[in-house]
Design a protein around this ligand. Sequence first.
Ligand SMILES: [Zn+2]
Length: 340
Amino acid sequence: MHRRHFLTTTAALGLSSLLPAITMPERKDYLQTVTGPVDSDKAGWIMEHEHVLVDFIGADKVSRSRYNPDEVFEKVLPYLQELKKLGFTTFVECTPQYLGRDVILLKRFSEATNLKIITNTGLYGTQNGKYLPEYAFKETPEQLAKRWINEWQNGIEGTGIKPGFIKISVDKAPIKDFQRNLVKAAAITHLATGLTIASHTGEAAAAFEQLEILKAGGVHPSAFIWVHAQNEKDPQKHLQVVKQGAWASYDGAAWGEPQRYFKLIDNLKKNGYLNQILLSHDAGWYRVGEPGGGDFKGFTTISEKLIPLLKNKGYDDADIEKLLRVNPAEALEIKVRKIK
Ligand SMILES: [Zn+2]
């Protein structure tokens, strides 16, 4: 059910003595896209972890002058149109800042395809901080969070385009201090904004560490997406993460065997956790620095191989709807999840 509350905004702004009380309806549950908010129940089928463009040059050299946006647009458009034809309506673009996040380009794609596209705030800490700006090693979690909260409140880089989730990343456990700071900053940002935290993680040990940091910061595990969960080999550890309430994102479908993805999904489903699985391809992407953007991988494996396999194994339409529509919409809803 959708909640409709009423807020008195004038009181919150300290203007109550100057203006008559104005009440305005709070939005019902929604996702934040590059073209504005979308009701969660209207987001349709969602690809929850994909990329349009990535530049791996590193934070010290990354620049929009390294590619021609028109060339990227021409190259990528047919792949997004193809995804739309397959029935998907929402596309979550997981490229963080300093790795090629380009929200103007994303908005252009959204307007050309009618796909709802979601971008992110946050910082990418893996590979020993190659993709981090200098300030990320100096600032406190509170200072980092302030930057991310500012993007939520005022938009990204003067565009007015708001992020729809927080993207961070860490290396294997034990997580390094500067990466722990990113997780702490994500916790602060989540509590201030309701943005969900998606962390490029891999093996479960680093997910457990992050969940401890988040819980210590008052954030419920349901605000955490364990990105690249397919990289953990022990099925028991998958269960241990979702039992806490976090989301398991099996998001490399374009690169892995469909049979392997079926096993990952079925392990959780058999144990009653179908409701916490997310699926995506981690496909794309225009590779800045390669001729013509290099080899682009389309967003088709789930539709062409994985869904038919799941149906073959007895999954019904309601199960598929959960995996591709219900779960990702709930995971990405703008909503503060506190520990009670
Ligand atoms: Zn990715």
